[in-house]
Design a protein around this ligand. Structure first.
Ligand SMILES: Nc1ncnc2c1ncn2[C@@H]1O[C@H](COP(=O)(O)OP(=O)(O)OP(=O)(O)O)[C@@H](O)[C@H]1O
Ligand SMILES: [Mg+2]
Length: 259
């Protein structure tokens, strides 16, 4: 029997995961600063909303007001979906402080307390009947307590997957880090997608690779990726072949025997 998939409707991405993300998967979307993680998350949610699939965004990094502005820059206006109750932003950023925060419907009063966040998240998922969820970023939840990371991600997974939601957990890694956010979360996640920026001949070039995706075959290649005024485009039929920064460093490190 064919598995149920949730399409991102991000040009080229569904092709590299054989038609879409398997339903209920919790996908770690990992990458350095400016690699397009938030944009990918916004696009995943908005593409669902347009097709009648409700969604929730948990904002831990940016003010909800700023999130709406960022989305509208790509023509993704979520206000009508917030009004009709099919989209919600969980404000885990302001702790309810400030005038603008008073207008938010879903506010986590103690963003440090992930159980409090899960309670508000559960309520938002239930009320919107969400089938998609993005958490931007999960790293914020455990940056000061790395030992708790796996437990937090497993707890989130229980709630999200249990409610039938397909989700993207955004994971921040530093520019030089090769991993995806630490062994705890990497194994707990059902999927890992990594976005990269590499400087090649003085130009920054974007790429994407699907490292794992439980429940489906997927492309094993690194693909070029672009961000345009319409959002992210993955070049699914092309391979990103330029030399990798990390690989070059490794060659450099092994060069002692040359002289
Ligand atoms: N309209 C646009 N056209 C082309 N590129 C854009 C556009 N808007 C933003 N970008 C690119 O997207 C980048 C920001 O992407 P995004 O906010 O998704 O990064 P991120 O991975 O979430 O980073 P961080 O970890 O710092 O939050 C900008 O640095 C810029 O290069
Ligand atoms: Mg971001």
């Amino acid at each position: 029997m064919a598995i149920e998939r949730v399409k991102t409707y991000i040009q080229g991405f569904d092709e590299i995961v054989n038609g879409g993300i398997p339903k209920r998967n919790v996908v770690l979307l990992s990458g350095g600063p400016g690699t397009g993680k938030s944009i990918f998350g916004y696009q995943f949610l908005y593409n669902g909303l347009k097709r009648g699939e409700p969604g929730v965004l948990v904002a831990l990094e940016e003010h909800p007001v700023q999130v709406r502005v960022s989305m509208s820059q790509f023509g993704w206006d979520v206000s009508e979906f917030e009004r009709d109750g099919t989209f919600a932003i969980v404000d885990a950023f302001t702790a309810g402080i400030g005038e603008a925060a008073k207008r938010e419907r879903y506010v986590v009063r103690a963003p440090d307390d992930y159980m409090a966040l899960i309670d508000v998240l559960r309520e938002a998922l239930r009320e919107t009947r969400a089938v998609r969820c993005v958490i931007d970023s999960v790293t914020t939840l455990y940056i000061t307590k790395p030992a708790a990371a796996r437990g937090i991600v497993l707890q989130l997974k229980k709630v999200l997957s249990g409610m039938g939601v397909t989700s993207i957990l955004i994971s921040q890694v530093s520019v030089t880090e090769r991993g995806f956010g630490g062994p705890g979360v990497e194994h707990a996640a059902d999927g890992i997608v990594r976005l990269d920026l590499d400087e090649i001949d003085g130009e920054l070039r974007r790429s994407i690779i699907v490292w794992k995706m439980r429940g489906t075959a997927h492309s094993m290649s690194r693909h070029p990726l672009e961000i345009t005024d319409q959002g992210i485009v993955v070049h699914s039929s092309k391979r990103f072949t330029a030399p990798r920064r990390v690989a070059l460093e490794e060659v450099g490190a092994g060069g002692e025997g040359d002289g």
